[in-house]
Design a protein. Structure first.
Length: 227
């Protein structure tokens, strides 16, 4: 991994090129499952990342206050793939806990998925010492009032050339630099941040493959935890 500088971005780009039509995610709802192919997810994460960078500036740091969903996973992947520090946050964190995390990580972009969580982040925005842009995955009252922006609308304003330019200009994380911070529940005090590097994530991927050597390309992995 170190000699080749192999990253998650390398991995997903290769999958999109070689097995692009295969399903990476399947989203189950009231109707038949929606299939999200490797190629579709690859393109979507690039648009998400460019939008976050346009909103967050040169030191973009993204907080994700979301329930589990495909767009939530794409938001997380967008950051992991393109050198944007991200923290996926528990939807059960209180406003006080979120303020502490946002101040500590100097968050510049936050993403929520419903009005309740948007309202909590609006309270956070009133109390932190720096401004951050707030996106919503869904249309809701906060978007209608102009307190947050619909992420899909922000993405639509960026053309393909702008996406490519933004990602080309964005430096990627070194293999041993922080790329994501996962916080504990905070049940014994302040939430504790666990830092992961790109090397941690890629090494974990290959360790999983080494543990399951007989799994082929047509197998299906059921992952019952959020990304």
């Amino acid at each position: 991994i170190r000699r080749s500088q192999y990253t998650l971005e390398t991995m997903l780009a290769h999958r999109a090129l070689t097995i692009g039509a295969h399903a990476l995610f399947e989203e189950y709802g009231r109707t038949s499952p929606a299939r999200w192919s490797y190629a579709r997810v690859h393109a979507r994460t690039r648009s998400f990342a460019a939008t976050f960078l346009a909103a967050g500036g040169p030191e973009t740091r993204v907080a994700l206050c979301l329930d589990n969903s495909v767009d939530g996973a794409c938001s997380d992947l967008a950051c992991l793939l393109h050198g944007i520090l991200a923290t996926p946050l528990s939807i059960h964190f209180t406003t006080d806990e979120l303020v502490w995390i946002f101040e500590r990580l100097r968050i510049t972009v936050a993403v929520a998925d419903n009005d309740e969580r948007l309202h909590r982040l609006l309270e956070v925005r009133k109390r932190v010492t720096h401004r951050f842009t707030l996106f919503s995955l869904q249309a809701n009252r906060s978007v209608e009032r102009g307190e947050a922006e619909l992420l899909a609308a922000a993405i639509a304003r960026l053309g393909p050339a702008a996406v490519e330019a933004a990602l080309a200009a964005q430096p990627r994380c070194g293999l041993d630099e922080p790329c994501t911070v996962m916080f504990t529940s905070g049940s014994t005090g302040r939430p504790k941040g666990v830092v992961f590097t790109p090397f941690n994530l890629v090494a974990k991927r290959f360790a999983r493959a080494a543990a399951l050597p007989a799994v082929g390309r047509d197998e299906v992995l059921l992952c019952y935890l959020p990304l």
